[in-house]
Design a protein around this ligand. Structure first.
Ligand SMILES: Cc1cc2nc3c(=O)[nH]c(=O)nc-3n(C[C@H](O)[C@H](O)[C@H](O)COP(=O)(O)OP(=O)(O)OC[C@H]3O[C@@H](n4cnc5c(N)ncnc54)[C@H](O)[C@@H]3O)c2cc1C
Length: 356
């Protein structure tokens, strides 16, 4: 459905061995129209074709997104192609660009070592692989829905019969309704795939600092397609939490405090706030980059009005979480340390690959 309820998209799959060169050329406008009419089921409903376009279903991902020479980087459909199930095409392409752009900018400005660019393929290729695999499985899962509705029947007569059977109060009708319900349930990994969308974890990346982690990343939830592991473990997406000002106004998401081409250090109230903020300013100046620092919590820059950040941040209130310009966690300190400046400097230099 493009515009409810009178503009629709029909997707017609040709037979697997259909070839216009052998089978009499491309279908005509009238032949397409006939298929639309067959689908509607009668000739009475007025229908007009607005546009026809062809595309191919792919299940391909490049093994690496960057050349060995390190100066060619590919993104978007050029490196991952799949059918539209799960709706992750454009946004995966945009995420690739968002991941690469700040690294290129920092490299060109001389504030990061060019080695940071090797992190692009390491971080994004597994995401592309996951998306093409899920989208194609989503495609296969839909086949059962089309079969239950009679869409895959070879002609109008048998398709109509199969569709009418859905309404029949007979054992065959009950069987088809059961098959329909099961088929719809089988598409849940397309429509409730928050884990698939959000569980991007950049393990093994040189642009993430894991040095201060005592334990390896906890395993993903059992069904990682449906369930999102909210975490500030380095290499994770920054968790979203709603915040507000002390005198309540428009609420703001943690997502909107970060990004915009700069690193951000999130910390909490008290002595920790003062020392981490001072460290961010000093280290940022030294490295020639902007490190914005924001405190969240009691009497801080932003109030954690629903204690949402406290539940998700996984660090103490005198700890901190360093966020990359693409809103991924670069590094974190669980609590205050003796030498906050030294720790932050080491993490930032690591993430920018300056000691490589
Ligand atoms: C039917 C369908 C439904 C979809 N639904 C969704 C959805 O619900 N959600 C979603 O997120 N995504 C969806 N997608 C996927 C999404 O459209 C693509 O993933 C996305 O558009 C790819 O963006 P891109 O910039 O990487 O490539 P493209 O959009 O293909 O852009 C590449 C551009 O490069 C140009 N080009 C190619 N060769 C050259 C050349 N030699 N010189 C100069 N220019 C060149 C092309 O003309 C094109 O403009 C859908 C795709 C299809 C086909």
């Amino acid at each position: 459905m493009v515009k409810p309820w009178n503009e629709w998209m029909f997707i017609i799959f040709p037979e697997a061995d259909w070839d216009p060169a052998i089978h009499g050329g491309e279908p005509t406008h009238d032949e397409y129209m006939q298929r639309v009419r067959d689908f509607i089921g009668d000739d009475k409903i007025p229908a007009k074709i607005v546009n026809i376009s062809k595309w191919a279903v792919n299940e391909v991902v490049a093994e690496r997104y960057s050349s060995d020479t390190g100066n060619i980087h590919c993104l978007g459909d050029a490196v991952h192609r799949h059918p539209p199930f799960n709706g992750l095409g454009s946004n995966t392409c945009i995420q690739d660009a968002y991941n690469l752009a700040w690294k290129v900018a920092y490299t060109l400005r001389g504030t990061a070592n060019p080695r940071i660019l090797t992190s692009y393929s390491i971080e994004r290729q597994p995401v592309g692989l996951g998306v093409i695999t899920r989208a194609n499985q989503g495609f296969r899962d839909h086949l059962a829905v089309w079969q239950a509705l009679g869409i895959t029947e070879p002609d109008l007569e048998s398709a109509t019969k199969a569709f009418e059977e859905l309404s029949a109060i007979t054992p065959a009708g009950a069987k088809r309704r059961r098959a329909f319900r099961k088929a719809i349930e089988g598409t849940e990994k397309e429509f409730h795939a928050v884990g698939q969308e959000m569980n991007q974890k950049y393990d093994g990346s040189p642009a993430v600092c894991f040095k201060d982690e005592k334990d390896p990343r906890p395993p993903l939830p059992e069904d990682a397609v449906l369930n999102y592991q909210i975490s500030t473990y380095p290499g994770s997406r920054l968790p979203h939490a709603w915040l507000n000002a002390r005198v309540p106004g428009k609420q703001i998401s943690t997502q909107d405090l970060v990004g915009k081409g700069r690193f951000t250090l999130l910390t909490g109230p008290g002595d920790g706030e003062g020392r981490w903020k001072a460290a961010a300013e000093k280290v940022g100046k030294e490295l020639g980059i902007e490190v914005k620092s924001v405190s969240i919590g009691w009497r801080c820059d932003w109030e954690d009005v629903y204690f949402d950040w406290e539940r998700k941040r996984e660090v103490e209130e005198d700890g901190c979480v360093l966020i990359r310009p693409d809103r991924f966690v670069a590094w974190r300190s669980i609590g205050m340390v003796e030498e906050p400046e030294e720790r932050l400097r080491r993490a930032m230099r690591g993430v920018l690959c300056l000691d490589a």
